[in-house]
Design a protein around this ligand. Structure first.
Ligand SMILES: Cc1ncc(COP(=O)(O)O)c(C=O)c1O
Length: 373
């Protein structure tokens, strides 16, 4: 039975965000409706230019989702059967699906139990003569330990494709995620720090030839209309979504900064409470707090306690890739990636969005403290 509290706290609040940008979004959508240009066109081109500038890359290619961004990036460097691609065991399943969809093999590596990011020390042991790519995932909005990842990749002649689906605007040594590897893959799923009103994604790169190939691959492999130079997908960013993203991108720096302030408040008020532990920071990074994660041995009970007080939380992610039924054929077993498995049992994401109000943060903190009292 829910306990009545004065303040309810959703996990994300897209309605509050919309209320702040309603007029601009409606005008932008209306411009696309009036133009009747729904596929690619000026709204997509405008967004691609603005997003590339935001990421510090020469190009950004708008695509249909984060999964398709990863899939197209791998297609653009001809990954296929017989190839192996290294990725963390503790990621969203899309990272692995992009690899296996092309007939290549996802090779999993455990995370650093402190930072939750792929453990560079373990990458070398996973490299074989078939390895072609490493996909570090900037998990929860914190850049992975990219210097170490890039060094291993360079030593072995491997491409680095960043999964930046949770890291729009996160910085590694002052450089934006998406500009650190050969390509960066973004999701604009509505709940992301930069979210569309439907599905969307982008691939960023400094390589103009790769960008041209990505533009073909997302559009049936067409070079010009009806000249199909290779077999592609229908995986374009919608003009309507691009119009929404064009408006939202202008607010993203302020939204990311607000999330970081909320994270600092959570951290200051929850440090030392019960058995709570926090995601350790990778040095010289700017975290954009797509998620604010706490760890506890009492995760399920804490989640239930918060739910009874009107506070919504999430678990990202409860089952690591190697224990998903879809990947049973990879042959991994329970115990293979202990850090990822422990996190899956212990992690809980607290409400996090730019519009969080001080009284909402106070309510979350009070409810967590009450749980441990
Ligand atoms: C780390 C990561 N990779 C890939 C994706 C896939 O993005 P999408 O849902 O847009 O396909 C997501 C989000 O869902 C994600 O969090």
């Amino acid at each position: 039975m829910p306990v009545a509290t004065a303040v309810t706290v959703p996990f994300v609040d897209l309605k509050a965000q919309y209320a702040a940008i309603r007029e601009e979004v409606r005008a932008a959508i209306d411009r696309v409706l009036e133009s009747a240009g729904f596929i690619l066109g000026p709204a997509v081109a405008e967004f691609e230019e603005a997003f590339a500038a935001f990421c510090g890359t020469r190009e950004a290619v708008g695509v249909s989702s984060g999964l398709d961004a990863l899939r197209l990036a791998l297609m653009a460097i001809d990954i296929g059967p017989g190839d192996e691609v290294i990725l963390p065991a503790n990621t969203y399943i899309a990272t692995a699906l992009a690899v296996s969809a092309l007939g290549a093999r996802p090779v999993l590596v455990d995370c650093d139990p402190r930072t939750y990011e792929i453990d560079p020390e373990r990458i070398a042991a996973a490299i074989t003569p078939r390895t072609r790519v490493i996909i570090p995932v900037h998990l929860a909005g914190q850049p992975a330990a990219m210097d170490a990842v890039l060094a291993i990749a360079a030593r072995h002649g491997l491409a680095v494709i960043e999964d930046a689906a949770q890291a729009h605007g996160a910085l590694y040594r002052g450089r934006p995620c998406g500009s650190l590897g050969l390509m960066g893959c973004f999701s604009f799923y509505p709940g992301k720090n930069l979210g569309a009103y439907g599905d969307g994604g982008a691939v960023t790169t400094n390589d103009l030839e790769l960008a041209a190939r990505l533009r073909r691959l997302r559009d049936y492999g067409q070079r010009v209309k009806c000249e199909h130079v290779e077999q592609g997908l229908n995986a374009r960013l919608d003009a309507l979504q691009a119009a929404v993203l064009n408006v939202k991108l202008r607010y993203l720096p302020a939204w990311n900064a607000a999330r970081a302030r909320h994270a600092e408040t959570y951290r200051a008020m929850l440090e030392g409470v019960g058995d709570l532990a926090f995601q350790q920071r990778v040095p010289e990074t700017t975290h954009i707090y797509h998620l604010f994660v706490v760890e506890t041995d009492h995760r399920d009970a804490l989640q239930q306690h918060l739910a009874e007080r009107g506070i919504a939380t999430g678990i990202h992610y409860p089952v690591p890739i190697h224990l998903q039924p879809a990947y049973a054929a990879l042959g991994y077993r329970c115990g293979d990636f202990p850090a990822a498995e422990r996190l899956a049992r212990r992690m809980l994401s607290l409400p996090m969005y730019a519009e969080l109000q001080p009284e909402q943060i106070a309510a979350v903190v009070a409810a967590v403290r009450e749980f441990y009292s």
